[in-house]
Design a protein around this ligand. Structure first.
Ligand code: NAP
Length: 493
């Protein structure tokens, strides 16, 4: 990160005491702390303004400005902050009319512009207007990324701005890469709450994640990018897993979340950024075919691509590692050739599993709530459709749940009853929670269990192999997944 990029820890608490505690315990990596006074219910300004610690940026946004302070109270609070000689004060254009703010002494002004609905078309003109309104102020422009390519316009603005004069980023889920890359692009500061802290804008990445997951402070123009493309991505584990491996191996590569509702809105990023590989998730696994130069034959048969590798000549190669994930997770436990395996569900992951298993020589049975969908998948993959009643009357070697039943927030529900588990192994494709109700039922019947986390990991290892051309650091990735899932489980159960 350039030395000009200030790390600003956002403190947006609901009470004075919480804000004071967070301020006093600020992360050592923060250069200053932004105290958002407007959201504090029982605000005692002196208790915060007088606290000794990191330099302060005081922000008090009115309701019209997207904050919570009554407009009338705001001017008085700004005056108090100025009298307390805080290091930075956040002002908006309309504050320019307040006479007491004409001279701010040793307090530096951050002149802010926020548009939490869109990214204005003419950003250079906006920057010029803010610069002219208050010479010497640090200009801050926060816009909303309606489409991922909005971040490219913010990047271009940062690159053209006078060094050290501008903080710029895109809010919202589609703007997340701009928060991670803003320091590289020349932003004068980044804003981040502590992990678990209250965010003050949508799409904020925690300070810990910026430094420990994305290593935003060490991103250089040579940094290669990988990422996950999908919508929504808020709960994706993939950035955590792949970045843990990249960090452990000291590779100058980062794995970012690229949230995009349509492929068209993402494609400008693919051509303008150093993206070398992508995990592809819903809703793009089928639509991505139209963009690919080559597709792995089995992925073409399955009709879904979850991995894109950008080759040296810029061509795009699509593959499907979900099927590798199913195979590797199961093959650790049983030889599949000749085994009777039933898949419950007939959606995307059931399809990958069915092709994988028939390919491995297993006898595949599809049980779906819509018999038509079950028959169609069975026919395509070379398996047999069965009725639900067959789960009670027949025996199988393995049973896979490929429905979302049992996934958070339905974690107390099992897709199947104990009497339908007539097999020696049950695999749940769900990995949140790691021990689903179905796996608990199976374990209570002494049936071997495989969590969807095994499949998730195995498909991630296979993705790494595609992108890096080498074996994945499996134990590092495994630990990253298990640590995250176990933490989630401990907080939930
Ligand atoms: P999908 O394409 O939407 O398919 C879901 C399937 O479940 C469909 O056949 C659907 O039937 C069926 N279903 C939904 N609700 C049902 C219900 N109440 N009773 C019976 N069947 C029901 O989803 P997917 O992508 O295959 O994902 C399925 C699960 O696998 C998800 O929980 C996902 O998180 C998990 N997954 C895990 C991994 C991994 O790496 N571990 C990878 C991919 C997916 P209809 O068509 O009739 O709706």
């Amino acid at each position: 990160m350039s030395s000009r990029c200030l790390v600003i820890q956002v403190v947006a608490c609901a009470t004075t005491e919480e804000a004071r505690r967070e301020y006093l315990a600020a992360d050592p990596r923060a250069d200053l702390v932004e105290l958002r006074l407007d959201g504090i219910r029982d605000l005692d300004p002196d208790r915060l303004l007088g606290a000794a610690g990191k330099p302060k940026l005081i922000t008090i946004r009115s309701r019209q400005q997207g904050g919570a302070a009554p407009a009338a109270a705001r001017a008085a609070l700004l005056r108090r902050a100025l009298e307390a000689r805080v290091e930075y004060l956040d002002l908006e254009m309309e504050d320019q009319d307040l006479p007491f703010l004409r001279r701010t002494g040793s307090t530096r002004v951050v002149l802010s512009f926020h548009d939490l609905v869109a990214t204005p078309i003419d950003l250079p003109a906006l920057y010029a207007r803010l610069r002219a309104a208050r010479p010497g102020a640090l200009v801050k422009i926060v816009t909303f990324a309606e489409v991922p390519s909005d971040i490219l316009r913010v990047r271009d603005l940062l690159r053209a701005a006078e060094p050290g004069s501008l903080i710029a980023l895109c809010a919202g889920a589609k703007g997340v890469p701009s928060r991670i890359l803003a320091p590289l692009w020349g932003s004068a500061a980044l804003f981040a709450p502590r992990r678990g802290g209250t965010p003050s804008a949508p799409g904020q990445v925690s300070l810990e994640d910026l430094f420990e997951v994305y290593r935003a402070d060490a991103i250089t123009p040579d940094t290669r990018l990988l990422g996950i493309l999908g919508h929504p991505l808020a709960h994706s584990l993939s950035p955590r897993v792949h970045n843990a491996a990249l960090t452990a191996l000291g590779l100058n590569t980062r794995y970012l979340p690229f949230e995009a509702a349509t492929l068209a809105e993402f494609l400008p990023l693919l051509s303008e950024m150093r993206i070398h590989g992508l995990s592809v998730t819903l809703p793009h696994k089928e639509r991505i075919f139209a963009q690919l130069d080559m597709v792995e034959p089995l992925a073409a048969k399955i009709g879904a691509v979850n991995t894109v590798t950008v080759r040296k000549d810029g061509s795009l190669y699509g593959s499907n590692t979900d099927y590798v994930g199913v195979l590797r997770a199961l093959e650790r436990r049983m030889r599949l050739r000749g085994r009777r395996v039933v898949i419950y569900g007939a959606g995307g992951s059931a399809r990958a599993a069915a092709f994988a298993l028939t390919q491995a020589g297993a006898e595949v049975f599809i049980c779906a709530r819509r018999p038509d969908a079950g028959r169609k998948l069975a026919k395509a993959a070379g398996g047999e459709a069965i009725k639900r009643s067959a789960l009670r009357s027949q025996e199988f070697d393995a049973l896979l749940n490929a429905t979302p039943i049992g996934m958070f927030p339905l974690e107390k529900v099992s897709p199947l009853a104990a009497s339908e588990l007539n097999c020696t192994l049950v695999m749940d494709l769900i990995y949140r929670p790691i021990r689903t109700k179905l796996l608990r039922l199976a374990a209570s019947r002494k049936i071997a269990c495989v969590s969807g986390a095994e499949m998730f990991l195995a498909q991630g290892f296979a993705q790494w192999e595609h992108w890096m051309g080498s074996k994945a650091p499996e134990s590092i990735m495994r630990n990253a997944v298990l640590r995250t899932l176990k933490n989630e489980e401990n907080t939930r159960w």
